[in-house]
Ligand binder design. Structure first.
Ligand code: PMP
Length: 304
């Protein structure tokens, strides 16, 4: 069982974990009406840094805007809350989970309920298993597709979206795979249950476009930026499923998953069946941000 942290930020104050409760009739619980973020902080030579905190919080406000959800605090208050909850729990590195949800205040779908906010922080190792960053995972294509455009907006990081993610991730786990990959309603590749995808062909990175019902991932954006700055070609394009089997290398990325190599898909070995040279290079550039090997030219490391 998980060991819970001692403190949590809830509606503007740091309180004991057990006191951060929500009413069973809260709108968000019934209708999936919450928006959230996943953010990591790392121990760096210059002290603990929260990776792209401002960009994550901007995305939180963007998700709230899509759902017309009022945000009772401005972004600086949440940024401070993120720092305070790390400090309150004495964490050396952390996974941060800010969430805004429609609270108690009406049961109709369009009810103008108050928005409640919480920020949790805890220690989290590699998301998909202890040795996956080195060994890679075996993935499968899900029997569940992503939601079609103009149904549930994939560009919002909203609680309800993760009904889809749960179907994909639980099916994969039931079948013995490390993670599931979903196709878009077009039948083309979309993304993992909670990760974006990169394929390698002839030394270039190929990734699926945001039109393929995926979250505009901040890790994805960071990889594209680092790759281009280091002379690696990046192509955003529609990719049919079978190219998962044919690419030279394949990896998933996300705040939780970081950069997780994929060594097989649907039982077909990908490339050499182990993390390839470009995957290793991208891992080095990305993790190098946190041990000082990769200069932070972009102001991505925000001190606690
Ligand atoms: N897609 C989905 C569905 C996700 O949940 C996540 C994790 N937030 C990602 C992609 C990766 O996004 P990021 O790199 O911003 O964490």
């Amino acid at each position: 069982a998980m060991q819970y942290p001692e403190h949590i930020w809830h509606n503007g104050v740091i309180k004991p974990w057990a006191e951060a409760t929500v009413h069973v009739m809260a709108h968000g619980l019934h209708y999936g009406s919450s928006v959230f973020e996943g953010i990591r902080s790392y121990a760096t030579p210059k002290g603990q840094a929260i990776f792209r905190l401002t960009d994550h919080l901007k995305r939180l406000y963007a998700s709230a805007k899509i759902y017309d959800m009022a945000m009772p605090y401005d972004i600086d208050v949440l940024a401070k809350g993120c720092r305070d909850v790390i400090t309150a729990n004495k964490l050396e590195k952390a996974y941060l989970r800010p969430i805004a949800y429609r609270g108690l205040g009406g049961f109709g779908l369009s009810a103008d309920t108050p928005t409640d906010l919480a920020i949790a922080a805890w220690h989290m190792g590699p998301y998909l298993g202890p040795d996956v960053l080195e060994a890679g995972i075996d993935a499968c294509v899900s029997s569940w597709q992503r939601f079609a455009p103009n149904t549930i907006p994939a560009g919002a990081k909203a609680g309800g979206n993760y009904l889809s993610g749960q179907l994909v991730a639980r099916e994969a786990r039931r079948l013995g795979f490390g993670e599931g990959i979903a196709l878009a309603s077009t039948g083309l590749l979309s993304e993992g249950a909670g990760e974006n995808l990169f394929l390698v062909f002839d030394g270039a990175l190929h990734t699926t476009p945001i039109s393929a019902a995926l979250l505009n991932g901040i890790t994805r954006n960071s990889i594209i930026t680092l790759a281009k700055a280091n002379g690696i070609e990046v192509v955003e394009r529609d990719i049919p499923r079978e190219y998962l089997y044919l690419c030279d290398e394949l990896f998933m990325c996300g705040t939780a998953a970081e950069i997780t190599p994929i060594r097989s898909v649907d039982g077909r070995q990908v490339g050499a069946g182990k993390p390839g040279p470009l995957t290793r290079r991208i891992q080095d550039l990305f993790f190098g941000l946190f041990d000082g090997r990769t200069p932070d030219k972009y102001g991505w490391l925000e001190n606690v």
